[in-house]
Design a protein. Structure first.
Length: 179
């Protein structure tokens, strides 16, 4: 059975990005899904002086180990001021100090959502352009605008958005099950 790791790039207890990642990952039938919460991997703010003095924190290695155990990654990034949420950027920075190819060429469905009309498209664009340099194998992407109007626990309400997501999930699933 394939192992899918899902997480939202946010530390909000009610993260809409974690909700979306969890929902989407569970649409991949015949796979085991683990949804990670960044709050379970608390880390000090990355700095080279801290790394030199104390080394790599255990939680950074633990999170990276989870990534490396995956056959597929479903990541939905929160957008803060047009970029990554600081909690995601911090764990990402720590992991890159362990292994520069953080994402290990594992098939990835990269997403973003927000309450607004842009659906996290800014952070999605940043990640889509930078992740491949760090071992990111982005096989599908999806942006969900207006999360509160377009999402329920049963799925995406808007028919066009739902169809677009289904297409991206199918592409992702094909990539995961072809390895």
């Amino acid at each position: 059975m394939k192992n899918i790791i899902a997480f939202g790039g946010s530390n909000s207890k009610n993260s809409i990005n974690k909700q979306l990642a969890h929902f989407v990952a569970n649409q991949v039938l015949d796979a085991s899904v683990t949804t990670l919460d960044l709050n379970d991997f608390e880390l000090p703010l990355y700095g080279i002086d801290l790394e030199n003095e104390q080394g790599i924190p255990e939680n950074a290695q633990a999170f990276l180990n989870k990534i490396k155990e995956a056959d597929g990654l479903v990541i939905s990034l929160a957008e803060h001021n047009g970029a990554y949420a600081s909690v995601f950027k911090n764990i990402f920075d720590w992991m890159s100090r362990i292994d520069q190819k953080v994402w290990s060429n594992i098939p990835m469905l990269l997403m973003a959502t927000s309450p607004g009309g842009r659906g996290g498209s800014g952070v999605l664009q940043i990640a889509a352009s930078s992740f491949p340099h760090l071992g990111g194998n982005i096989v599908a992407t999806f942006s969900l605008p207006g999360f509160n109007q377009n999402f329920t626990q049963e799925g995406i309400i808007d028919a066009d958005l739902s169809a677009a997501l289904e297409k991206e999930i199918a592409t992702f699933k094909n990539a995961v099950f072809s390895i």
